[in-house]
Design a protein around this ligand. Structure first.
Ligand code: KG4
Ligand code: ZN
Length: 391
């Protein structure tokens, strides 16, 4: 079974083709194409939704073309004018009535290439930025209608969890890992989830304000380091840790509260106050910036690790699975590994490859596979984007 995944919930335009086999390897990523909008959003220090929507519209058809080509599923029509499909053109225009920049390029594409051998189309319906989600959803609806291929809606958070299934070391017998604690940490989300089985979730806690990745991004903006902040802060923190010991001390928000919730906006404010107190020279000093990066990373990682371990212990789970852009953070992974070994040895720890931590469409296709098997297929007419979709 081959699934085409589509992801446009934030600032990455992703299309992937994932194959599902009955024997090992169960999941093969035939293609996973991403058009990043980092260069566009850099100047804002964050994602600007209407700009992001426009970029998704510009990128989607070429990303789809590349993904199908890489998966060897792109076949040209012999005679260019496909008369039987002219009636469908009107409908496509209707479906994409709000995606005017996307309409023409998609119609040209559909006239040029044959229907690909795909068994289902998966699309992120939420949570995420509403205008961005709608672009992906309407694109998927148009393809599903035109090619008559079943459409499977996917929750973005579930996608981040399922990214783990693409790791080589993931157990062949998936169900063995449950119950598990899922830690999803990204630019938009920070959640601790009790995963009783595939499709059976209970959100134990989440951030009350900013997400962990958002905190990395905002601190990077205060320090004038660029966007996205996470990887830049991690690199600077690593350089500091090698040579120095930190004298700076930032708060560890909600660390000792006996719940599974988080709060990161106060941490960002603490950085801002500290920064504003310094002289102009000190603010620009490389050592100060590196020390701040180190301390922020420590604070975020310590809180995430402590609460994840607590949840794993309280719920007697068999494993911990992490996902989302911040899960690519090496210090977080190291701290988690150490704490699991020291405090709850026997619990397995899984994390996706870096390329499957940040937003991508392969993880959406994997999540869709399980939804599809449960019969969660939606008529293209009925599928909707839901910015606040819950697990
Ligand atoms: O999952 P993702 O691509 O998008 C969302 O769904 O939000 O996550 C992006 C976030 C950004 O905030 C970025 O700064 C953060 O993940 N990030 C990192 C690292 N790589 C990306 N944070 C810390 N360390 C990293 N290595
Ligand atoms: Zn994400």
């Amino acid at each position: 079974m081959d699934i085409l995944g589509i992801e446009t919930s934030c600032d990455d335009t992703g299309v992937a083709v994932v194959r599902f086999n009955n024997r090992k390897p169960f999941f093969v990523v035939l293609s996973n194409i991403i058009a990043s909008q980092v260069e566009i959003h850099k100047q804002w220090g964050g994602v600007y939704p209407t700009l992001a929507k426009r970029e998704h519209q510009k990128n989607l058809v070429s990303v789809l073309e590349n993904a199908l080509k890489k998966a060897k599923k792109l076949v040209l029509f012999k005679n260019k004018k496909n008369i039987a499909d002219i009636g469908k053109e009107k409908k496509i225009k209707n479906i994409l009535s709000r995606e005017t920049d996307l309409r023409k390029s998609l119609i040209d594409f559909l006239k040029k290439y044959k229907k690909p051998r795909i068994d289902a189309i998966a699309v992120t319906v939420g949570p995420g930025l509403e205008p961005c989600l709608w672009t992906g959803v309407n694109f998927a609806r148009a393809l599903s209608f035109y090619w008559q291929i079943p459409l499977v809606p996917v929750n973005h958070i579930e996608g981040h969890i399922f990214a783990n299934f693409l790791s080589k070391d993931f157990p062949a017998d998936f169900r063995k890992i449950f119950p598990a604690i899922g830690l999803v940490v990204s630019g938009g989300h920070t959640q601790l989830i009790l995963i009783k089985d595939i499709g059976k979730y209970r959100v134990l806690g989440e951030t009350r304000d900013d997400a962990a990745g958002e905190c990395f991004d905002k601190v990077a903006r205060i320090l004038g380091l660029g966007y996205p902040g996470g990887p830049i802060i991690a690199a600077k923190a690593g350089k500091f840790a090698k040579n120095f010991a930190s004298e700076l001390r930032l708060p560890r928000p909600m660390l000792n509260q006996g719940n599974y919730d988080f709060s990161f906006s106060g941490l960002k404010t603490a950085v801002l106050y500290n920064y504003n107190r310094q002289s102009k020279e000190k603010r620009k000093s490389k050592l100060y910036v590196k020390e701040m990066c180190f301390e922020v990373q420590q604070a975020i990682a310590e809180v995430l690790v402590k609460k994840t371990i607590k949840a794993a212990r309280d719920y007697l789970v068999k494993s911990i699975i992490v996902g989302g852009g911040v899960a690519a953070n090496k210090e977080l992974r190291k701290k988690l590994r150490r704490s699991v070994k020291k405090e709850i040895s026997g619990v397995a720890l899984y994390a996706p490859d870096n390329k499957f931590c940040t937003d991508n469409a392969a993880m959406i296709a994997v999540a869709a596979y399980f939804n599809f098997r449960r019969g969660e297929i939606k008529d293209w007419k009925k599928i909707r984007a839901k910015a606040n979709l819950k697990l």
